[in-house]
Ligand binder design. Structure first.
Ligand code: G3H
Ligand code: ZN
Length: 282
């Protein structure tokens, strides 16, 4: 199965009111687990690398090449996305490596500045056939502090999409990044208003804090790309802890990362059903 354009995966799902799982990769095992889970579920999936993960590795190219290789070897359509990039330089590097999409996150800037910076990134990416997501109404928690209060204004969101030409929009509807409890209160009426006002697919960030039934409802009300990172790390780490517990002699990293990878794959397969992800027919 070839690496698949992000837009192709997202648009097919949006047209059918289905969700697409966009899961964050840090280690190679994350990418392997996410693809295995998507293959088990028979669904397309998005592997995404955040600017923070790139900072952790010290560079985009090595980890980016590995993620692209995992995507290209998959048995289901897989897109590779740069998440929360704050500089045009990192976007450029991702475009040159062959990523199928980027998120340019200028949400901390004033509206006019966000428009100017985002429009420039869109012009560059569209020239290379790369799909662009932007954010309006900053989704909190990027600094680790739970902050679910921000809300995106539907009228402003529609104007932002028209003037920047972005392909998808991340909106603030009650989530917050990096939550370890799944009790965020989503504003479902606002999701429906945004869906009616904004002509491009909508993206839910900070989805780890959202309970299963509310993820399904969010998709039904109009969210398409559902970003999940922290929750998978919880699952991965719990399995690693269990493998290490009481086993002081264990030194082979495969003996504890392997169980983390297996548990994560199963959770990805389960979540794709929760998100009503499209199931591919043979
Ligand atoms: O961009 C990635 C996400 O918004 C993931 O957030 O760690 O709260 O699931 P999360
Ligand atoms: Zn995010």
């Amino acid at each position: 199965m070839p690496l698949t354009p992000t837009g192709a995966i997202i648009h097919a799902a949006a047209a059918a009111a289905q969700g697409v799982g966009a899961f964050n990769v840090i280690q190679l095992e994350h990418a392997e687990a996410i693809v295995t889970g998507a293959e088990e579920a028979g669904c397309p999936v998005i592997l995404q690398l955040s600017e923070n993960a790139v900072r952790y590795h010290g560079a985009l190219a090595p980890v980016g090449a590995a993620v692209l290789a995992v995507a290209k070897a998959a048995g289901v359509p897989v897109a590779v996305h740069l998440d929360h990039a704050t500089t045009p330089e990192l976007v450029e590097e991702a475009v040159e490596l062959g990523f199928t999409s980027v998120m340019f996150d200028a949400s901390v800037l004033e509206y006019e500045e966000n428009v100017r910076a985002t429009a420039a990134v869109v012009a560059r990416c569209h020239a290379a056939d790369v799909w662009v997501e932007a954010e309006l109404g900053e989704v909190g928690g990027k600094d680790g502090v739970h902050a679910p209060g921000a809300r995106t204004d539907p009228g402003e969101a529609a104007a932002f999409v028209a003037v920047t030409g972005v392909d998808a929009l991340a909106v603030a509807v009650g989530t917050s990044h990096a939550m370890t409890t799944r009790d965020a209160a989503l504003d479902f009426d606002l999701i429906a208003e945004l869906r009616a006002a904004v002509p491009v697919p909508l993206v839910l960030h900070g989805s780890s804090g959202v309970a299963d039934e509310h993820l399904t409802l969010a998709v039904e009300r109009g969210m398409t790309k559902i970003n999940i990172a922290t929750h998978l790390n919880q699952v991965f780490t719990a399995a690693v802890r269990q493998a290490l517990a009481g086993n002081g002699e264990l030194v082979d990293t495969r003996r504890y990362l392997g169980p983390g990878r297996t548990a994560t794959a199963a959770e990805v397969a389960r979540l794709l059903q929760v998100l009503k992800a499209p199931v591919l027919t043979a």
